[in-house]
Design a protein around this ligand. Sequence first.
Ligand SMILES: [Zn+2]
Length: 136
Amino acid sequence: MGTSDDDVAAPFWAAVRDRGVLAMQRCLACAHIRYPVSAVCPRCLHDGYEWQDLSGRGTVLSSVTFHRAYRPEWAGLVPYDVLFVELDEGPRMFSAPAPDHRAGFAVGQRVRVVPAELLPGEVVPCFERAESEVAG
Ligand SMILES: [Zn+2]
């Protein structure tokens, strides 16, 4: 039985779904935080890693409104916003505002992760504004 990317990524999704946190692979050789999930470290090619909980905090690099669905199953969500967030630990990820935080994501906005069921049965890491924080 081989190991698919889905198998490797299972702890990422379980952390979001069960604990509401972001967990990512931390390279055992160089400590690089891998994202997206990968079989080997993109920086040093070592295959050893451990899962590490992240702070879930980051800064918005860009915010774009989609008027067409990127995936067919998202058609009911149009128009929707897509955020590009740089996490405090370094990785950059595309995500979405939490359902009750649709507007006001300027570049530089401090955010924190919050799990949201955007589609039935599909809990994904979204972001809400972290009002009390100032971008550094
Ligand atoms: Zn590495």
